[in-house]
Design a protein around this ligand. Sequence first.
Ligand code: MG
Length: 396
Amino acid sequence: MANLAHVAMLVVAAGRGARMGVGAPKQYRPLGARPVLAETLARAALAEINPILTLIHADDGAAYAEAARLSNVAPTRLTSATGGASRQASVRLGLEALAAAGFPEDGLVLIHDAARPFLNEAVLLRAILAGARHEAAIPVLPVADTLATLDEAGMLATNPDRASMRIVQTPQVFRFGLIHAAHQRFKAQDGFTDDASLACAAGHDVATFAGDADLFKITQEADLARATLLLQAGESESRSGIGYDVHAFTEGDHVMLGGVKMPHNRALLGHSDADPVLHALTDALLGTIGDGDIGVHFPPSDEKWRGASSRVFLEEAARRVLAAGGRILHVDTMILSEAPKIGPYRAAITGKIAEILGLSEGHVGVKATTMEGLGFIGRREGIAALAIATVRFGRG
Ligand code: MG
């Protein structure tokens, strides 16, 4: 059994990317807003994996430092070493660096190509689990296309049976002592294109686990274009907006709070139904898309909104968020009121807001406080409400 308290990753990034022709080596080419290597490191940084040691070319120190910074991975988890003239030599040097740092023989090491940025938690966990059970394991994909071998004239010679064929990816996982020794043994025999073939040549059993189609290697310009599309499709961000509203008391017999009518010896003064809770929520939602505020969309000067139900405002803000690609995850509101007491109406308000926004009640916060007699609210001159909304944009 491997020692799962020690899981390291080697990221092989020392190549010059001759296949891709002009420009920076492929691992430093921009993918979205940061280099490919930054994306790889960011996605490699599963909590269980420490350290992440990148093998770099002697000329790439500054480019590596920038990629490491842009990965946003804690600098204490990232380290680098100068690689060798071949992929095999780079990995050996990385293993030697881990050994020199005291990495235990029964620890696991994942060896990964920098030019395969789209690591995900599932495939990393599959690798670690496979590494716990076997001496060595590799991610593989079935072959969908028909395969052929050609003769010297470029004519079809044979069609190998694809059923037993697999595409081999990285991260490949090994018991550290095993792969360290295997690399030492084949030190003088360069030319292994991956570490599993070297482990196999050293007589070790290499198990397999399911790879991931997104773990393709960026070697051609077309791969970089595909990677860019994949990155854009997977991008999501969470945004929060805040809102605040106040309405003063006037003559009347009820107030509207959170879309719920509450009997009271006063009413709230306003152009619409003067519901500060729904107004604050409307502003919070508009804030997540930078789309002005409630006064811009529903000006008090417009007779259309006289006496309007504030539900209309909140629904319109939610529609605008949806149209901008947002999905409302959660809203929270705080009602500042001396009277009426909110407690007896909390469930009704929660239900009403959940219904308007299409949220479950567990994703709607409704809270209230008095102001201990202080200030305009304490003097019972009006009611205020605060709100915050959290919205996710993009996939996820
Ligand atoms: Mg208002």
